[in-house]
Design a protein. Sequence first.
Length: 279
Amino acid sequence: MYDAGRKHRMKLAETRDGPARDDLASDIAALAPWFHNIDLGGIETAPDHFLGDYPRAKFAGFAHALPRDLAGKSVLDIGCNAGFYSIEMKRRGAARVVGIDSDERYLAQARLASAALGFDGIEFRNLDVYQVAALGERFDLVIFMGVLYHLRHPLLALDLIREHVADDLLLFQTMQQGSDAVAEVPEDHPFFMPGTFEKPRYFDDPGYPKMHFIEHRYADDWSNWWAPNRAGSAAMLRAAGFAIVANPEPEVFLCRTAPVPYAQLGPAAVYPTKGEPRA
């Protein structure tokens, strides 16, 4: 496996001159393409990103919603990609940062970027969101950004995060489509409109929680399966046991763990762990 940190445990000043800079540029190129544009001492990993200076420009729109001082806190970055958010949380003083992703090239990028910037203490592991129980610990802040819409089973993922790793805060983001409106919905939906045999009209409201299923490719990506509307994202978070404390951008939600609705009536996860499988 590519050793992302083999030559880059150095100060940023050293990457600006001579062979060290050339080596870093060569290693960045060897791991291309990059989805995260990260400035590694004057060398950008994806300077021609189709979204511009991504994700730094996006982070600037909601960075204020997160605690500025994470001293003593633990952070889990699910779907960490090249490690931009893992690094940013380390910049804020987090004591422990773990980034997980199922793509080894992304993990190699993350190791290279963190080492080049002097953040060797970040741990990167090959795990996906459905495997978070394997970590065996809870984190003060869980970052779950840009992942939900790639999943075949998105609500299960949120259930597992709540059940196994989220101890306090969750930073969540997903691609959304449809209305940004949020409709008021009843606590108990009637089967028919009162006095009729007509279906309830709530579901036709643009602001009703919806998940749009993408059968074919979206933006030339076969792994884009879901696009909730804004109300749908919020409703799923609440259903999984997260209380929304801030919504600084339509796609971005900062949440706190809360009681899981209806937990007293049965398990929230569709496939909860129940011990060893039968022979």
